[in-house]
Design a protein around this ligand. Structure first.
Ligand SMILES: NC(=O)c1ccc[n+]([C@@H]2O[C@H](COP(=O)([O-])OP(=O)(O)OC[C@H]3O[C@@H](n4cnc5c(N)ncnc54)[C@H](OP(=O)(O)O)[C@@H]3O)[C@@H](O)[C@H]2O)c1
Length: 185
């Protein structure tokens, strides 16, 4: 039996839900980090491949519990993830480094899709990643039509991230970030 690809999606029950569904259709086993289990169950009900969606209920502000949860996921799947998609609020700056410490010993190439909010674009933080990690950065922008602007919909965000995975873009803005003065309030 061939080994199934394994993805970890941090914040996967929100705007990344569509990405999780797409990944299961592509044959991935998908571990989803979230806090609200009911939201995860609703997501599983919508899925064509519910058995490929796996819940990790943990608050990513709690580094110790997050570390244990990643170790447990690795034990269950018998391998490190091939793909991590990370959408983590700025209130948890230690969460991604905690996850990355747990996958640093993977000795085959793997991908990190680091999703960041609009304001991060102007900070350009330097993310340190393990040796075998292929780093991909995605900034969430906004949509500007004539004189009106609005934030991206979940479908636009999920579609943009799926495109990044398929085309392997290194750094992408979904929507636009310019002119910044025209961003939605
Ligand atoms: N353009 C931009 O710059 C930008 C930036 C940010 C957001 N947005 C928009 O704003 C909307 C709201 O963003 P959002 O991040 O609140 O929504 P979201 O993506 O819909 O939900 C956040 C995801 O992260 C999980 N999560 C949140 N806090 C967590 C924690 N402490 N520990 C573990 N998991 C956690 C949530 O699960 P639980 O609910 O179960 O915890 C959920 O899966 C988005 O849908 C997007 O359209 C736009």
């Amino acid at each position: 039996m061939s080994k199934k690809n394994f993805a970890l999606v941090i914040g996967g029950t929100g705007m990344l839900e569509g990405v999780c569904h797409w990944l299961t259709g592509e044959g991935y086993e998908v571990c989803v980090i979230h806090r609200n289990h009911k939201k995860f169950e609703l997501m599983q009900e919508k899925s064509n491949y519910p058995h490929q969606l796996h819940s990790i209920t943990v608050d990513y502000h709690d580094n110790e519990k997050l570390q244990l949860a990643i170790q447990e996921a690795k034990r269950k799947h018998g391998c490190y993830p091939d793909l991590i998609i990370s959408w983590i609020h700025n209130s948890a700056p230690n969460a991604l480094p905690t996850v990355l410490r747990e996958v640093q010993y993977r000795n085959e190439p793997w991908k990190l899709i680091h999703v960041q909010g609009s304001s991060s674009f102007f900070v350009k933080e330097n993310t340190t990643v393990p040796k075998m990690c292929e780093y991909r950065r995605v900034y969430l922008g906004f949509v500007l039509d004539d004189q009106h602007s609005r934030w991206l919909t979940h479908d636009e965000i999920a579609g943009g991230i799926i495109k990044v995975i398929k085309r392997d873009y290194k750094e992408t803005v979904i929507g636009t970030l310019r002119p910044w003065s025209k961003r939605p309030s």
